[in-house]
Structures are given as structure tokens and as C-alpha cells.
Design a protein around this ligand. Sequence first.
Ligand code: ZN
Length: 443
Amino acid sequence: MQWNYEQALTAEGWRRDVAVSIDAAGLITNVAPDSPGVGTPVKGAAVPGVANAHSHAFQRALVGLTEHRGAERDSFWTWREAMYRLAATITPEDLNAIAVQLYVEMLKGGYTAVCEFHYLHQAPIGGRAMGQAVIDAAARTGIDLTLLPTLYMTSDFGGAAPNEGQKRFVHSVEDFLRLRGDLQADGVVMGTAIHSLRAVPPAALAQLLAGLEGDSPIHIHIAEQRKEVERCLEVTGARPVEWLLANAAVDSRWNLVHATHVVETEMAGIRAAGATVVLCPTTEANLGDGVFPAEAHLSASGSISIGSDSHVSVNLAEELRLLEYGQRLITGERNVLSSVGEPHTGVRLHKAAAAGGARSSGRATGVIAPGTRADIVVLDTDAAALFGREGDNVLDAWVFGGFADPVKDVMVGGVWRIIGGRHGREDEIADAYRAAISRLKSV
Ligand code: ZN
């Protein structure tokens, strides 16, 4: 099949009348700019799809319920209690309904794949129904899935036993590896997640890593909260990233989620290992985590990817905008995350997120070029925010002109999943989601 994009961001930059050939497996086989009349025309501005590098789908059901202060001052840790209460009640059917709705929202928000950091396992231990609910949700919507079954064993550094709210997350390493094997599925990239250094003791981490094969992605929550860094220092004598780099063979498979609180030597170590830092700006802002030193990391050619994590927002442009705005508020400057080589901030951040998302998801994506998956997002150049914009200014307008999302059409693996801003099944999916939310409310 062959499509002709009115304008597209290719590996060589913006081009017009771009004919893109796609094979039956959903891979791009040829990209031919300046080819008017070749292939079926697609109006608008085409950019590479981006993988959402960090998702806990069930947390979508918590949105709006934690934005008020309790009796004490609110924090990540009080939010976590509310999240545990929700987690305790969710059935596989609930998770499927929530994830299907969420994945439609992701496609409509400019994401073409999702890395699902899956720790809400089934009770009793070993059941695969919760993981299957996620796999089925991705298949129903057409988003590409990288499933990250998550090992979770303890409640704190030093091997503290899991508390009541965490019991459903817990496995032995052997049971975990068996579950991971049981969840293999066609079309799903199977990665691995370590919940955090809090949740996996050193011996178990070594045992897990010894049991993993191949080059599939490994994800870990690493340094989200200051309290976590302090506890790690108390118990191990090292900061979390410092400890991980010293005790695991960190390489380009690794994705350090919320490497928020890092010092320069840790950042240099992450880059030397070729690991990716996964940033979730809206969730990190919502939870009061802190601000990652993104300017230093990007200017030293560090890799980043973007996740929507708790899904307080499911919008790629908003994540990129907030990432830049955090830096502006700290430095008192503008266009902090641009560079001499890539002066357009929106373009540089989108390219970084696309390239990093490919690494985080373990898929050949992030650029419209032969040999990569045909994951393509088409922006509506007739939308008010984009009107009259060309090339790099289109992407800048998408990222910074945030009042209406101009994502029009979305292709995943050569198949159109969003057309004219709508998913073909979104009404029935929304009905099922409403039913699940009502059920959870009454629990
Ligand atoms: Zn997370």
C-alpha cells in the first residue's frame, strides 16, 4: 500500500508530497519525497508516532479523585495510599475497560505504542488474567504494546515486608519469570520491569537479571522522590542511580523512569551506559516529584523518552510543553531545551521523545524511513493553532499551542486507527469505561 503525505517530517527533514510505501507487515519499504500523484493523498502534516514510555493503565481511573487536600499535607505518599485503595478493588474486566479507554485516548493524543509497567497482578499469585486484560486492550484499540511485567517484593530498602496495600503486586523471582513466560503473545514486545530498588532487594535483582534473555527493554522506577534517595543513602550508602550503576550491568536496554533526583556523576554514568531516562512531566508535576536536569542531559546527547505514567494527562504535546516550561521557570530563559543544531524546541523535544520511545519500547520506530514501522501521526494543518504554519513551525505550534489537539489521523503498523480525530469503536469503548468507573465507585 502507498500513501502520499502532503507534508511529512522524514529522516532528511520536512518534505512535501511524500509517497510512503508500506508492506503487509506494517513496515515502511520506501519514502519518496516530491512525488505528487503517487499513492493515496493524505492532507495535513505527518510526523513519526511516539511510544508512550511509561504507563500504569489502572491509574487512569483515579484522575480527579486526588486533587484535594486530606487532613495532613498532601504528597506523593498520601496519593499512593489512594492508589492502593483503588488497586485493591480492580478486576481483570475493570482493567480491560480502563486500559481500552486509555489506549484510545493515547492514540488520539499522538502516541502509537505504549510501555505498560504492569504491577497490578492477579490474586492469587501466578494468574495471568490481569496481564491478558492489558494485552487484549491493546489489541482492541490497535496501539502497539510493550508489556513490562513488574517484579515487586518488598516495601522498602533493607527488605521490609510488603504492606497490605502492596500484597497484590508481589511475586518471588521464580513465580515472576513463570508469569512473564506465560504472558508472551504475538505482536507484543515482552520487556521486564523492576518496580524500584525499594521493592526488589539486591539478591533478587541479580537473580532476575541472570534469568532474562535477549535484548528486550528493562525498566525501573529509580529516583522519583527525595525521601527515596535519602532512604537509599541510609541503607546502602549510595544514591539510587549510583547504586544501580555499581551493582547491575546497565546498558542500552535500560530505562530509568523518573531519574528526577540525580547528581552530575550519576547522569554521566547513565549516558556512558547508553541508558534512557524516562520522564513523565505531567505526573511528576502532579505528584510534586521535582524537575530532572534535562538541559544538561540533552546537551550531552543523553537519551530521553516520555510517559504519561498516572495519566493525569494523556497528551504528548502537553508532556513536551511542560518539560520545557519546567526548565524555563528554573532558568529564567526561553527555548532552554533547543540547541544550536536544532533551534526549534518543539521539534527537538519531539525528535528526542520519538527516538527514546523506540528504545524504551524495543521497536524500530520514531522516524519515517525505510525499515521502520509505519507509525505515523497526521496533524490537521487546518486547525486554528497550526493554520499558516509550515515545517518545523507546525511541530512547535502543536507542542506549544495547547488549546485544541490537532491530531487528525493516526496510523499504527500501516493501519489507520484514528481517522478525523475519532477511533472507530470509541463510543462502545467509552460506554464500557463508564460502566467500570461506576462499578469501582460503588465498591
Ligand atoms: Zn510509574
